[in-house]
Design a protein around this ligand. Sequence first.
Ligand SMILES: N#Cc1c(N)ncnc1-c1cnn(Cc2cccc(F)c2)c1
Length: 291
Amino acid sequence: MSGDPVVDLPLVARGKVREVYDAGDGRLLLVASDRISAYDAVLPTPIPDKGRVLTALSVWWFDQLTPVLSAFGATHHLVSATDVPAEVAGRAMLVRRLEMLPVECVARGYLSGSGTKEYERTGSIRDVPLPPGLVEGSRLPSPVFTPSTKAEVGEHDEAIDFARVVDLVGAARAEELRELTLALYRRGAEVAAGAGILLADTKFEFGVSSDGGLVLGDEVLTPDSSRFWPASSWAPGAPQPSFDKQYVRDWLTSSGWDRVSPPPELPADVVAATRERYVAAYEQLTGTPFR
Ligand SMILES: N#Cc1c(N)ncnc1-c1cnn(Cc2cccc(F)c2)c1
């Protein structure tokens, strides 16, 4: 299951749960697996249909975000989600090959994880001062752009400030990345809130097309590239339950796994419940049945 190339194309990149293949003619094939990661480990048990659900969600979001992209004179990289090899039907996207910018464009609407630690140390996130009294899970007064550099596979991304983004891509492009990232986050958060889901944060990746325009790449606004929290259980002051991975996290914690040795297989009920959460995220966000 894991590790073997699934299509007869040259492998370009391999992440924890996804692969990129060279499809030729200036195209790439992004393939989403059914693998799931938790606590920085890829688990041995696949979640059936996870790859198909997250691919369908990205495809839906590319359409939803097109008006925001157009307002910035930008586009997205999706060419087709149907013109793909049969062995990865439904869980692959044929995309334009881009010159990817070396910046992970993260937008945060809520305080969580490393953001909370930074706030507790400095009273701010990167170069954005925040009001006192915020806690884990607090909604930020305004969404914040918190870029990082892309780490090697298996490493953690490195937080960078806006000045470093300017060094990497130039002042005008850096400003464009920040404003477009925040505009895309705001639209995503608005749509998600209407579906009872809080978009705590998300990561976008951008490339540049041959005519120099910005292009939204990678996957977009999936539970793998974002923190989705159920709005109904939002309670600032403690880590918020993950919309999709909480069953897995809770079971791993109860199993006694030490987070260092190879992770254990998931029981069937946790697999089924987790699959249902991915399907629920898709159906709640899009308002359409997952097939
Ligand atoms: N998207 C996109 C893209 C593009 N449109 N043009 C050129 N390169 C990329 C590209 C290359 N790597 N990644 C990240 C990545 C790593 C591992 C697995 C994955 F599925 C994805 C993105």
